[in-house]
Design a protein around this ligand. Structure first.
Ligand code: KIV
Ligand code: ZN
Length: 519
């Protein structure tokens, strides 16, 4: 397709409003502001930062985001009620560009059982509230809630009514994730072509994922003329969530020639945005979640790994670098072959001869059988013993933690500083065992480390289950992730932290620099 024929689709991000409605995902106003900054960096076109009337904190967050993020359009969200509209207008008044988003239900199910209003009544309210809001803000987005279960005739009537009052963007929510792609696409075609004034407004799709069809339905809407899609990072939202930003953006990016559209998303910011939202919302990402799940670029079968090493395109349609996914996210497992191991080791600048490879491979297989995955630092440890050299800067020998449910926790860690060839015991306290352990481990390092994040996973079930810890740290403004596996979860955290520190030492040269300047 001719590049100039590719049209732009706007990404409307509602992570901070609809996404935050996911059970347990609530955010503080400060967290909202930090996520909004990251969304702007990601390149979304519109941010819906919250529901201003719902609380003072929410109002403040919307206000601060409106003041600070002048490069994106800010959307104030309101039920079709004067009080909501007034609050949304006030909260967004300092935005450089803004719109107001009003909604009211349109399906008979909602009208009869929830609103207990007639069709005439809701049409009247919709008209009046759009007209009221239009006095203050020109760009008015209107959503007939539960559109996909409303029926064409009444939906057309409602949309025609609000366009008549000045609505400029018509958003069609598949509120309960019920629509099928063909049906959903048809709604847009009908509205665009059959409603009076339907050709002079913008159309937007807002899909929920109850049947796993949110991305497919959003694409169907785009094909039928929608120029905006409403999405959330990691697909967070009520029940099964909303259309996932990263899935939709990468579907469009990967298939833009077929779809004839593109977005303004800076895909290299996807991974960072996804981790940030997951961390702040305490919302884990499923291992097999497309794009950002940790298995999304794992190739377990030997035949796949073999193909991949010959040419990435054999088994990958996207390059993880494109989404800013770090290489060490791609973990080796028990199906990994010699090829993959040699390749991974070579990425650390180490060349193995055939005999060394054989030795590493057989130990690797034993380890993978035992613990399912082998982390990079464990692999490097195996390589070290095969070539009789210690390759890491620090090694965690032993950990002791004393816990008691009321007192502070006390920890000690024996760490070997490989270059200095010395083993030392460090001790520390903390309000929890992890804090106590990290406090003592930091003392062994010759550089400053920020502990950013900890993820914990259970790798098996039963009393003897082993746990996996993934620790993210920052050193000199760069992030590093380390993984540790052990039956003792605190030791797994220690291993993961040590691994991240070793990576930092290896990749930034921070350790050599500091030690030289000390010596
Ligand atoms: O899912 C939905 O219907 C919504 C609207 C209020 C836009 O979130
Ligand atoms: Zn929704």
């Amino acid at each position: 397709m001719d590049q100039s024929a590719i049209k732009r689709v706007n990404i409307f991000d509602t992570t901070l409003r609809d996404g935050e409605q996911a059970p347990g995902a609530s955010l503080t106003p400060e967290e909202k502001v930090r996520i909004a900054r990251q969304l702007a960096k990601l390149g979304v076109d519109v941010i819906e930062p919250g529901f201003p009337i719902s609380s003072q904190g929410e109002f403040r967050a919307v206000q601060q985001i409106s003041r600070e993020l002048q490069q994106v359009e800010i959307c104030g969200f309101a039920r079709a009620m004067k009080e909501d509209i007034d609050q949304a207008i006030e909260a967004t008044k300092d935005a450089a560009r803004r719109r107001l988003h009003l909604f009211i239900s349109s399906s008979d199910i909602h009208l009869n059982f929830q609103l207990r209003k007639s069709r005439e009544q809701v049409i009247r309210i919709a008209r009046e509230m759009v007209a009221y809001a239009k006095q203050f803000v020109d760009r008015i987005e209107f959503s007939p809630m539960d559109s996909s279960r409303t029926g064409e005739a009444f939906l057309m009537e409602m949309v025609e009514a609000v366009i008549g009052e000045g609505a400029t963007i018509i958003n069609i929510p598949d509120t309960v994730g019920y629509a099928l792609p063909e049906e959903f696409g048809r709604i847009f075609t009908v509205l665009r072509t059959q409603v009076r004034g339907g050709d002079r407004v913008e159309y937007s799709a807002h899909c929920h994922n109850d049947l796993g069809l949110a991305v497919a339905n959003s694409l169907a809407a785009i094909r039928a003329g929608a120029t905006q899609v409403e999405v959330t990072v990691n697909g967070v939202g009520e029940r099964a969530g909303n259309c996932s930003l990263e899935e939709l953006a990468m579907a469009i990016e990967t298939r833009k020639q077929s779809l004839g559209v593109q977005t303004g998303i800076r895909t290299e910011e996807i991974f960072e945005t996804s981790r940030m939202v997951s961390r702040f919302m305490n919302f884990p990402i499923a291992f097999n979640k497309p794009i950002v799940g940790r298995n999304s670029f794992q190739h377990e079968a030997g035949i796949h790994q073999d193909g991949l090493l010959k040419d990435r395109s054999t088994y990958e349609i996207m390059n993880p670098d494109q989404m800013g996914i770090p290489r060490n996210m791609i973990i080796l497992g028990k199906h990994s072959g010699r090829h993959a191991i040699r390749h991974r080791v070579s990425e650390y600048g180490i060349r193995l001869d055939d005999e060394q490879l054989e030795q590493v491979y057989s130990r690797f297989k034993e380890m993978a059988d035992e613990q399912k995955t082998v982390t990079d630092d464990q692999l490097i440890g195996l390589v070290g013993s095969a070539i009789n050299e210690e390759l890491e800067s620090y090694s965690l020998i032993d950990v002791q933690v004393v816990t008691h449910n009321r007192n502070v926790k006390v920890a000690s860690a024996r760490i070997k500083n490989v270059e200095g060839q010395q083993e030392k015991v460090y001790s520390g306290v903390g309000s929890g065992p992890v804090e106590a352990l990290i406090t003592c481990m930091k003392q062994a390092l010759s550089f400053h480390v920020e502990f950013d994040d900890l993820e914990l996973y259970s790798l098996s079930s039963g009393e003897n289950a082993s746990g996996e810890a993934v620790v993210t740290i920052s050193v000199e403004g760069r992030q590093f992730r380390g993984t540790g596996v052990d039956a003792d979860i605190i030791f797994a955290v220690g291993k993961a932290f040590m691994s991240a520190c070793n990576q930092a030492a290896r990749e930034t040269g921070v350790r050599q620099k500091k030690e030289k300047s000390i010596g």
